[in-house]
Design a protein around this ligand. Structure first.
Ligand code: CTP
Length: 143
């Protein structure tokens, strides 16, 4: 019997220096859907928006995410697809978008919730793993 809440789920992120916070998120997503699609932010986005070059290049980050048991499909996404989740929906046809709970209530996600209502797409906010991030890892390595 299929007990999962959703059929196709989508999330996106940079996933540079892959760590257990990333794994926790992706495993939580997969527990809630049959098929998990992951958008991996391209290098141009990371350089322009986060103002830093990823340590692991975009093709390698996609390969790593694609190799995970909890991920069914990972593909590079560009700035337009990252900013406008309706574009992501038109490309991947998911019925749930997973996001970190730090985004809940933000202007961008209030707008996305409104855009998704007529499409029947839900948003699930998942807990962020405290105590680890790519930024923290970089700092530790530098020390
Ligand atoms: N994430 C998480 N818990 C963490 C780190 C990341 O749940 N400790 C989630 C983010 O909420 C996002 C996805 O993993 O949905 C990809 O996040 P990303 O920005 O690549 O990871 P960070 O390690 O937070 O990177 P940075 O320090 O550069 O912001």
């Amino acid at each position: 019997m299929n007990e999962k809440k959703y059929k196709v789920g989508y999330t996106c992120g940079v996933f540079d220096l892959f760590h257990v916070g990333h794994l926790n998120l992706l495993e939580r997503c997969k527990k809630m859907c049959d098929v998990l699609i992951v958008g991996v932010c391209d290098d141009t986005y990371v350089c322009n928006i986060k103002m830093k070059k990823p340590i692991i290049n975009e093709n390698d980050r996609v390969r790593i995410i694609n190799a995970l048991k909890c991920v069914d499909r990972a593909e590079l996404v560009d700035i337009a697809t990252i900013d406008d989740k309706v574009l992501a929906y038109e490309r991947f046809h998911f019925d749930v978008l997973f996001s970190g709970d730090d985004w809940k209530g933000s202007e961008r996600y209030i707008r996305t919730e409104e855009q998704f209502k007529p499409l029947g797409v839900k948003i699930e906010y998942l807990p962020y793993t405290q105590g680890i991030s790519t930024t923290d890892l970089k700092k530790k390595i530098k020390k």
